[in-house]
Write a protein that binds this ligand. Structure first.
Ligand code: ZN
Ligand code: ZN
Length: 413
């Protein structure tokens, strides 16, 4: 794609924000960066910004959609149980030695939708297993890391199928720049203000120590018990290496851990869920004792039911997140087919694994201690949207009092 569709000045600002705010890269720190080859213009700008910030070394690792498809169309069957374990072990070593990590996403979210799903799932599983040593360092927040995105042509084509390719990329680029808060004169200051606003919300929620949140609205009559000793997070946070970073750009959510056994009632999704190349629409579930006992969808129901059967924890919640309906991503009215964006458009819940950092003293809790406090465990973590312009949320305190938190999709105070 020619650069005329993507404003080079804003792309450079995105690179600067990614390095200074997303990673807060430290002088002398190394950076491991993964990206699709299509994002090369952004990778070059990120590398330049990283070296200006004093990076010791920037090492990019590229992927390519055509190359991925070449495997599905040509490789022997046994290929789909393999993964580049040697590379992930190398990444894990780099993180142990203090390297930061950046991921740039921008590929077609439906790339593998037409391929043999059994092979897709085998290849995904092989990668998960091989990736574990490196992923653990990220999941445990040992190092500063961040994800940003690049307006890839195939992704843009999914979002704007009626536009010419060039125009679609221009539209997606605009949406990415706006959501990533790089369109103003001083994006770094804009991010400081945004992080401060999110911090005000998490402090307020952490001071209240609600035992549950009660949702009411169209299709929602849901009480989500919060885990014992839960802690709200959002925006910038401190990795175990002491560096304060913004792992997701964009980000609009404040989130914490629900209690895996204390969710009751029913709720309906307010947006479609794009999951591994499939679209699941109008999800409706009922929870009893924290467990989903009924689930349906108007489209993609088989995919949903299969997802719920992954393991016992897949039927329970691992995250609850609050996002006002007026968030810039929601205001854009776009479906991005990408969780990094779509979850930041709306209040959401996630099926599956909880975040250990969303507990008081979470960094030092064992898996058993997290489970004892109500933290869910699963191989999956899938976010889906339950918020809208008519969502009301009340906080329930330990002594049963009710405090308004959201009215008509917005923060009460
Ligand atoms: Zn979330
Ligand atoms: Zn999530």
């Amino acid at each position: 794609m020619t650069s005329t569709a993507i404003d080079p000045r804003l792309l450079d600002r995105l690179a600067e924000v990614a390095v200074r705010v997303g990673l807060n890269l430290q002088p002398g720190q190394e950076l491991v960066l993964t990206a699709p080859v299509e994002a090369l213009p952004l990778v070059r700008l990120v590398a330049a910004a990283a070296y200006r910030a004093g990076a010791g070394l920037v090492t990019p690792v590229f992927s390519d959609s055509e190359l991925t498809l070449a495997r599905y169309h040509n490789a022997p069957d046994e290929s789909f149980d393999r993964a580049a374990g040697w590379m992930f072990e190398g990444m894990a070593k780099a993180y142990e030695a203090g390297a930061a990590r950046m991921a740039i996403v921008g590929d077609d979210p439906m790339l593998l939708a037409a391929e043999d799903q059994e092979r897709v799932s085998r290849a995904g599983k092989a990668t998960s297993v091989a990736y574990r040593p490196a992923l653990e360092k990220i999941a445990n927040f040992d190092i500063n890391w961040s994800i940003i995105s690049y307006p890839g042509a195939a992704w843009a084509g999914r979002m704007f199928p009626d536009l010419a390719p060039e125009a679609a990329v221009a539209k997606l680029a605009e949406a990415i720049f706006a959501a990533s808060r790089v369109t103003g004169d001083d994006p770094v200051a804009a991010w400081e203000a945004h992080n401060a606003a999110l911090r005000t919300r998490t402090r307020w929620l952490n001071d209240r120590r609600f035992s549950a949140l009660k949702y009411s609205g169209p299709g929602a009559d849901l009480t989500v018990g919060l885990a014992d000793g839960h802690e709200w997070h959002g925006g910038a946070s401190e990795a175990k290496n002491g560096v304060v970073c913004n792992p997701n750009i964009p980000t609009e959510e404040v989130f914490t851990t629900p209690h895996a056994a204390r969710v009751e009632g029913r709720v309906r999704a307010t947006k479609p869920l794009s999951h591994q190349g499939s679209l699941i629409e109008d999800i409706e579930v009922r929870f009893e004792g924290g467990r989903i006992t009924e689930a349906r969808a108007s489209r993609g129901e088989a995919v949903l039911l299969k997802l719920l059967e992954t393991d016992e924890g897949a039927r329970r919640l691992g995250e609850v997140a609050l996002v006002p309906h007026s968030s810039p991503i929601s205001a854009s009215g776009l479906l991005f087919y990408n969780t990094l964006y779509d979850e930041n458009a709306s209040c959401h819940i996630a099926l599956g694994q909880c975040y250990s950092k969303c507990f008081l003293g979470g960094a030092s809790l064992s898996t058993e201690e997290i489970a004892a406090r109500g933290g869910n465990a699963s191989m999956i973590h899938v976010d889906w949207m339950i918020g809208g312009p008519d969502t009301d949320i009340d906080g329930i305190t330990a002594d049963g009092a009710t405090v308004p938190v959201f009215r008509k999709g917005e923060w009460v105070e």
